[in-house]
Ligand binder design. Structure first.
Ligand code: HEC
Length: 195
């Protein structure tokens, strides 16, 4: 039935009526293919044989170290000038302080500062010094053995300054059900469940 001349490019296999034409690939495509082979050879030699370049992990490690150095230099400079620091009253600084407090501190010190895991920050009793510089130092170094996190390298100096200033505004407020001072906490006299 088929009296049409056979296409010379037509290959003689067929699957469910689908036939294949043996077209030449476009030149640009073929060149791209050769180029990518050449690139792969150089890439392999450069990164894996002669180990000249940084692979992802070491590139990341180097950048990470640079970032850490920037952070520790910044906090070091901040610490060197701590003694002249005073709490800020600037509403913008306090607003940023409230934001940092809400995300980083409120889970332990309660949103109103009344204390939960961490102590009450509103009363006049301070375990680590009550002046502003002491507070800033406590925030920077933390008290890891007691559960107060170290914020060095986590918060920027400006964030530490603003959150410490914000805490200062909590002083003298009286939130409901504040956490009692440790030495005033009611003694538990019930039966010991572990006995
Ligand atoms: C994982 C819980 C936790 C988080 C989060 C936390 N704290 Fe604390 N914080 C504590 C504990 C516990 C103490 C008490 C340490 C001690 O008894 O020596 C404390 C103590 C403090 C003190 C000293 C209080 C005193 O009596 O001298 C300050 C100031 C303070 N935290 C500020 C902050 C700030 C600011 C943040 C947020 C950037 C923060 N804390 C986040 C648990 C936490």
């Amino acid at each position: 039935m088929n009296d049409q001349p056979r296409d010379p490019l037509l290959l003689d296999h067929e699957a469910d009526g689908i036939k294949e034409l043996d077209n030449n690939l476009p030149r640009w495509w073929v060149w791209l293919f050769y180029l990518s082979i050449a690139f792969a050879v150089f890439y392999m030699a450069y990164y894996h044989v002669f180990r000249k370049g940084d692979l992802q992990i070491s590139a990341f490690d180097k950048e990470w170290a640079i970032g850490e150095k920037i952070k520790s230099d910044a906090i070091g400079k901040f610490e060197a000038n701590l003694t002249s620091l005073t709490p800020s009253k600037d509403p913008d600084v306090l607003a940023q302080g409230l934001q940092t407090y809400t995300t980083s501190c409120a889970p332990c010190h309660r949103p109103d500062g009344g204390g939960q895991v961490g102590p009450n920050l509103c009363d006049d009793y301070w375990g680590h010094g009550s002046n502003y510089v002491d507070t800033v130092k406590t925030i920077i170094t933390g008290v890891p053995e007691k559960g107060m996190l170290t914020w060095r390298g986590v918060l920027k100096p400006s964030e530490i300054q603003s959150v410490a200033s914000y805490i200062f505004t909590l002083r003298g407020t009286s939130p409901p059900n504040p956490k009692p001072r440790e030495d005033q906490a009611p003694k538990d006299t019930g039966p010991n469940p572990f006995e």
